[in-house]
Every structure is written in structure tokens, then in C-alpha cells.
Design a binder for this molecule. Structure first.
Ligand code: FPP
Ligand code: MG
Ligand code: MG
Length: 329
């Protein structure tokens, strides 16, 4: 009997016949397509660069992932999907990946419960890995996702006349972006490395890769909110300003158009603010500067993984960086 099953509580009686969440409601909670994104692929790709994976590779065959790393990828998928189910309720979103979002499909209550259920299952699978460092990393991710949302709810300061305000606002925005978008990717890449027997240096490189790739991913997401259409990006475009959210393009535009300061401070709450701010962003270099920052982060990510062996998996991780920078959805 494996170590994992020997300590799992024995299921008895009614517990054995416990029905799934979807069976309980007699219909799917969300349309097909809510699952699956870049996150689990990344933890699988970084897994394949690790010593235990390479050592166990069969000559002539592609490098395989370990069972624990595959389970980690599933845990990442569950946490990520749970966060999106909750996010679409918070943001009153109507679409996700080109389909009705779960809050529209099943209502807010079921969306929240489905997200909670996924977090519960993710926690069980995580505990069954019996790896305290990975459990700590992934549990930290869950609290950081919540912290990121809380950061987003508030501005750093309303002192928009201070010359320090732009710098402070950008720092705060990047911190929030790490918590909301890069924490899951960076810590899952590190966890995959740890499960694959990586040295501390290689585990750190996996983390640096995930962190900078995640930051770049979100910066491009913030650009697409300004440049994409609903159909192209599969979710509501032009949504951030309407939600009161200032992201990198508007912060950079503010350097050129000081009148954006008061609008950012009041979260674009006055009639016409969101429209005016969008026009100013498009008249500024804000979108290009945001793309440049994403490019810098991708360069850091690429440099970090040069410590990995030169395999198809490393090439795959580099290819992900190109896709992040050129994606249209
Ligand atoms: C999408 O951001 C949202 C996130 C990346 C994280 C959301 C986190 C929470 C709601 C906290 C709760 C966390 C868990 C684990 C249940 P976005 O709204 O900017 O992007 P979008 O355009 O894809 O909606
Ligand atoms: Mg959202
Ligand atoms: Mg959101």
C-alpha cells in the first residue's frame, strides 16, 4: 500500500456513495471550456526539465512527467478555475473563453459554491502529495490570489499631485499583478521542480521563469482589454476602466496626460471618465510601454531557464514566452 493511501481516512457507509457536486444539481455548473489554460501546461513543461524526469527518460522517447507532477498540474487547474469562477461573480462578467460565464449559466450562488468545492478538492489532492514544501507553496498561492483581489479593490494613495504617485502606483500595480496572476504560475513551476528533485538553484530558476512569465501574461491581458474586441478575447473587452481599474497602459498614459491623475484616483467614477481615459490611453504611448515591459519580463524569464538542460521541454517554455507576447486572446 502506498504512503498516500495508508493515511487517508477510510470511507464508510454513506460517504462511499457520496454524489458529485454536478450530480447534486443534475446539470453542469459551467459550460464546457471553463477549464484548461496556460497554467497547467507550464507546470508540466517545467516538470520535464527536472533531474528525476530526465534520469527516468527512456532513450528515444519523449521525457515523461511523474505522477506527482501530473497531479500538481490538476491541482493548478482546480485552483485557477476556482479563482475564475469567483472572479466572474466579482466582476459581473457575462462571458469567459467565448462562452457564457458560469455566473450567467448557473447564477452567483452555484459559481461561488463550485469554486469553493474545487478549492476543497485541490486541498485534498495537495495533502495527498505528502510533500510539505509543495503543500506550503500551493496553500500560499490560494491566500495570495485573495490578497491580489483585495489589493485591486483599493488605490495606493489619492495624492495624485505628488511626483512619487506614478512610481508608487506602478509598484503597487506590479505587486498586485504578482499576487493575482504570477503567484500561481511561479509557485507551481517551483513546485514541479521540487517534485522533480531539482537543486535549489534550478527550483529558483523555475520560480523566476514563472514569475516573469506570469507578470508578462497579465500585462498583455491588460493591453488586450484596450485593443481587443469581445469576440477576439472571448470575454468582455474595455472592461477594466468600467470596473474602476487602472492598469499599466493608463498609468503610463498618465505621464503624458496629467489630467488622468484625478480620474485614476476616483476610479473613473464620474460620467464620461472611462470613455475619456480610454481615448487618452490610445493617444499616448501607454500601450507600447506596457508591451515593452512585458518583453523585458519575458527576457528575464528566458535567461533564467538557460540553467535547464537543452531539451524540447526548455524550447517549449521559450515558445510559451513568444506566445504570451503575440497572443490576441
Ligand atoms: C482574473 O483577473 C482573476 C484572477 C487572476 C484571480 C481572482 C482571484 C479571486 C477572485 C480570489 C479568490 C481566489 C480563489 C482561489 C477562489 P481579471 O478579472 O483581471 O481577468 P479576466 O479579464 O480574465 O476576468
Ligand atoms: Mg475578471
Ligand atoms: Mg477581476
Amino acid at each position: 500500500m502506498s504512503r498516500a493511501t495508508s493515511v487517508a481516512p477510510k470511507m464508510v457507509g454513506w460517504e462511499k456513495n457520496c454524489i458529485s457536486l454536478e450530480e447534486a444539481f443534475n446539470k453542469p455548473i459551467a459550460p464546457m471550456g471553463i477549464m484548461s489554460d496556460v497554467n497547467p501546461d507550464l507546470s508540466l513543461l517545467s516538470s520535464k526539465s527536472m533531474p528525476a524526469n530526465i534520469a527516468s527518460a527512456v532513450p528515444g522517447e519523449p521525457i515523461a512527467v511523474l505522477g506527482t507532477q501530473r497531479r500538481l498540474a490538476e491541482i493548478v487547474e482546480l485552483i485557477h478555475t476556482a479563482s475564475l469562477l469567483h472572479d466572474d461573480v466579482i466582476d459581473h462578467a457575462e462571458t469567459r473563453r467565448g462562452m457564457p460565464s458560469a455566473n450567467v449559466f448557473s447564477g452567483n450562488k452555484l459559481s461561488i459554491l463550485a469554486g469553493d468545492y474545487m478549492l476543497g478538492r485541490a486541498s485534498v489532492y495537495l495533502a495527498r502529495l505528502r510533500h510539505p514544501e509543495v503543500i506550503e507553496l500551493m496553500a500560499e498561492v490560494i491566500s495570495e490570489l485573495v490578497k491580489g483581489e483585495l489589493f485591486q479593490l483599493q488605490n495606493t494613495s489619492t495624492d495624485y499631485h505628488s511626483p512619487e504617485y506614478l512610481k508608487k502606483s506602478l509598484d503597487y500595480y506590479l505587486q498586485k499583478t504578482y499576487l493575482k496572476s504570477a503567484s500561481l504560475i511561479s509557485k507551481s513551476c517551483r513546485s514541479a521542480a521540487v517534485l522533480g528533485g531539482a537543486t535549489p538553484e534550478v527550483a529558483e530558476a523555475a520560480y523566476i521563469y514563472g514569475k516573469h512569465m506570469g507578470l508578462a501574461f497579465q500585462l498583455i491581458d491588460d493591453v488586450l482589454d484596450y485593443t481587443g474586441s469581445n469576440e477576439e478575447i472571448g470575454k468582455p473587452a474595455n472592461a477594466d476602466l468600467e470596473l474602476g481599474l487602472a492598469t499599466a497602459p493608463v498609468f503610463y498614459a498618465w505621464e503624458e496626460f496629467p489630467e488622468l491623475g484625478p480620474m485614476i484616483a476616483r476610479k473613473f467614477s464620474e460620467p464620461g471618465d472611462a470613455l475619456k481615459a480610454r481615448e487618452l490611453v490610445h493617444c499616448s504611448n501607454g500601450i507600447q510601454k506596457t508591451r515593452d515591459l512585458a518583453q523585458n519580463f519575458c527576457n528575464i524569464a528566458k535567461d533564467a531557464i538557460q540553467i535547464f538542460p537543452d531539451t524540447e521541454a526548455r524550447a517549449g517554455l521559450e515558445e510559451v514566452l513568444n506566445k504570451v507576447l503575440t497572443r490576441k486572446k
